[in-house]
Design a protein around this ligand. Structure first.
Ligand SMILES: Cc1ncc(COP(=O)(O)O)c(C=O)c1O
Length: 435
């Protein structure tokens, strides 16, 4: 439990949150990359009101609802990838748990019950429930619970800034990073491996790290070679946060299972989704006919109605286009304001998921000591200036490294982007000097 009481939020509109003292905050990270269309959109509020009035809840074991059916069809139509079946759960962690179980049971249905190991990556995050936490690589979040978790094999992340050798091309690095998966599969024994899980664009753990070109294509080849499912966790980077509906559309890769959450209902309700291919669904249909998994609040009609309304706002207002355009502007503004600062080592990201990484020395990319609490100190200065960001530590290896993540709403204006970058620049300088 935090030992200090946070400000009392009383209302929110557009990109602003108002606290009980009358202070206004620019919500430059949508909380944890959630509020994708800003706060208080009347169209979503009305959709929620109508849904509660018509059908507040019906248990998903006995009923489906129009909202759930329409949302599922909408999501499948939103991506050109062959993801044709959807299950709705309550949070990103629940979606990851469901994806892990879906992969496991898929292999059982096909007569390969030995496949149970999920290979994952260092410097990743897949949720806080024990199963998802065990498959993540976020040291700080999992350390206290390590004795309670199953050991999960982990490979190095695809992290251009820290892991590419100086003499290595981007494609060569991508192949090398992906080949680590094959080595790990062979070490664990291919017949034991169920799935490989990765964030398409890494979010909170190392700060908006996109894959290098070709990385995920090679990963796909390796998964196919050994009959292993590819789960892409797009809880943070999906739902148009980087431009396309799914971030993996830009990688020319077809995952077997995808998880979505934050931008799905943009914070108006708590809902997440697991999407999978017809091939996976078929294995169940031809097998036991039943996915052994469920939660009381799955496919909650009000949450589905909210998500559907948010997705319609994104489509109607063409916000996916805005994400790409404003993302480029955000990148330019960050580079102009902070690109020359001696303690800003990297400015990276995709669409409206971007981050700055703070380093003690730009040449060697040496991070600051973790005892300095740098990201938290920048966060304090941001808040003092009425700016909400998403600070992160352990960027490099789970212990050291500091970054500040930005994830403004898809309808953020140029003026607002300017204000965000100015305040962030002032906050960084307040902590680290003019650089
Ligand atoms: C990539 C990713 N997966 C899973 C989760 C877990 O989602 P939740 O916090 O909704 O359980 C998160 C949350 O930040 C995430 O970023």
């Amino acid at each position: 439990m935090a030992n200090c009481v946070p400000p009392l939020a009383v209302s929110a509109s557009g990109i602003e949150i108002l606290d009980s003292t009358g202070k206004r905050y620019l919500d430059a990270s949508g909380g944890a990359a959630v509020s994708c269309i800003g706060h208080g959109d009347a169209r979503v509020v009305e959709a929620i009101r109508q849904q509660v009035a018509a059908l507040d809840y019906a248990h998903n074991v006995s009923f489906t609802s129009e909202a759930a059916e329409e949302l599922a069809a909408f999501l499948c139509d939103a991506t050109p990838l062959p993801l044709e079946k959807v299950q709705f759960v309550g949070s990103g962690s629940e979606a990851v748990e469901a994806a892990l179980k879906l992969a496991r049971q898929y292999h059982i249905e096909r007569g390969e019950p030995g496949r149970h190991v999920v290979i994952t990556r260092l410097q990743s995050y897949h949720g806080n429930t024990l199963g998802a936490l065990a498959r993540g690589g976020n040291v700080a979040r999992s350390r206290p619970y390590a004795p309670m978790m199953v050991e999960s094999p982990r490979i190095e992340p695809c992290f251009d800034y820290h892991c590419r050798r100086p003499d290595e091309s981007l494609p060569a690095y991508g192949q090398r990073a992906a080949d680590a998966l094959e080595e790990e599969i062979l070490r664990v024994g291919p017949d034991n491996v169920s799935a490989f899980i990765a964030e398409t664009v890494v979010g909170a753990t190392s700060g908006a790290v996109p894959p290098v070109p070709g990385y995920f294509q090679r990963i796909r080849e390796i998964c196919d070679r050994y009959g292993i499912l590819l789960i892409l966790d797009e809880v943070m980077c999906g739902a148009s946060r980087t431009g396309p509906f799914l971030a993996c559309e830009a990688e020319d890769v077809q995952p077997d299972i995808v998880t979505l959450a934050k931008g799905l209902a943009g914070g108006y309700q708590s809902i997440a989704a697991v999407m999978c291919t017809q091939r996976i669904h078929q294995a169940f249909a031809e097998g036991s006919g039943r996915f052994v998994h469920g939660h009381t609040f799955m496919a909650h009609p009000v949450a589905c109605a909210a998500a559907l309304a948010v997705q319609k706002v994104i489509r109607q207002d063409r916000l996916d286009i805005n994400v790409v355009r404003q993302g480029e502007i955000l990148g330019h503004l960050l580079k102009a304001r902070l690109g020359h600062h001696s303690h800003v080592g990297d400015i990276r990201g995709r669409g409206l998921l971007q981050a700055i990484e703070l380093v003690a020395d730009r040449g060697s990319k040496q991070p600051f000591s973790s005892t300095r609490g740098l990201a938290a100190a920048v966060d304090v200065e941001c808040r003092a200036r009425g700016l909400m960001v998403y600070p992160g530590t352990g960027t490099v290896d789970g212990v050291v490294g500091d970054h500040i993540l930005l994830a403004p709403p898809y309808n953020v204006s140029c003026v607002e982007l300017g204000q965000i970058v100015e305040r962030l620049g002032d906050a960084v300088e307040a902590v680290l000097g003019k650089g």
